[in-house]
Design a binder for this molecule. Structure first.
Ligand code: PXP
Length: 237
């Protein structure tokens, strides 16, 4: 079964809009876990408009499942992650002003940098994952930089799902086979929802974890958090 890590950045965005600690990210993380989520993800960006750097130690204290921190490994981010040691760190090449992550690493061009950062994280006992487009060369590059896992950027799949799902999923099927052959673990995330998730997981082998935020929190507005988490868990089976 694929594990569900709930990305709670959107909850942080609502909290930040009023200045006080409401909704409380720590309580929301505890609730997601009690509803069955197998992980909690945050993506603190340098402008801290969603999750803040201070949320990392607060969540590290209470997350009992798997704590995944995503971000571009600029020095302040790396320092934060090395200090608080989440279970997993997902490296994302997003620019500071990016609306959201919109591309994977070029693992060939950034080979030396990624190799160095991944070695530091692994030395600290943190599992590594790198955000990747479904391109075979990039998967081969991921093997060379020593990462434990890759996270497929599923935005383009989600975008084309309604129109041409078979074509949209094909590169992921191929690249998942290659990653499995190379003994790299597979995660996936971005724009996944209750509509497009079951087909993706049925077609793409060995997906260990999906991290889902925007659609899940939006669905929770209509169905409530408990029911929504349970629906996503069902979709992961
Ligand atoms: N994975 C990465 C690297 C991300 O940056 C995000 C968004 O913060 C997600 C997964 C989750 O995407 P979504 O919010 O569309 O579910």
């Amino acid at each position: 079964m694929t594990r569900l890590s709930v990305n709670i950045n959107k909850v942080a965005l609502i909290r930040n809009s009023r200045g006080a600690n409401f909704p409380d990210l720590v309580q929301v993380a505890k609730d997601c876990e009690s509803f069955g989520a197998q992980g909690i993800t945050i993506h603190p960006r340098p402008d801290q408009r969603h999750a803040r750097y201070a949320d990392v130690p607060a969540l590290k204290k209470i997350v009992k499942t798997e704590f995944n921190v995503e971000g571009n490994p600029i020095p302040t981010f790396l320092e934060l992650v090395m200090k608080h040691r989440p279970d997993q760190c997902t490296l994302v090449p997003d620019s500071p002003d990016a609306l959201t992550s919109d591309a994977g690493w070029d693992t060939i061009k950034h080979k030396a940098f990624l190799t160095d950062v991944i070695a530091q994280l692994k030395e600290a006992g943190i599992r590594t994952s790198i955000f990747i487009d479904p391109v075979e060369k990039m998967i081969e590059g991921a093997k060379l930089v020593g990462t434990d896992r890759i996270e497929f950027y599923t935005g383009p799949y989600a975008h084309d799902f309604r129109r041409a799902r078979k074509k949209a999923v094909t590169p992921f099927i191929k690249c998942a086979k290659l990653a499995t052959k190379l003994d790299i673990g597979i995660n996936a995330g971005h724009d996944l929802n209750l509509d497009n998730l079951p087909y993706f997981l049925k077609q793409v082998e060995n997906v260990k974890e999906v991290s889902i935020g925007h659609a899940l929190i939006t669905d929770a507005l209509y169905y409530g958090l408990k029911k929504t988490v349970k629906s996503y868990l069902k979709a992961c089976k």
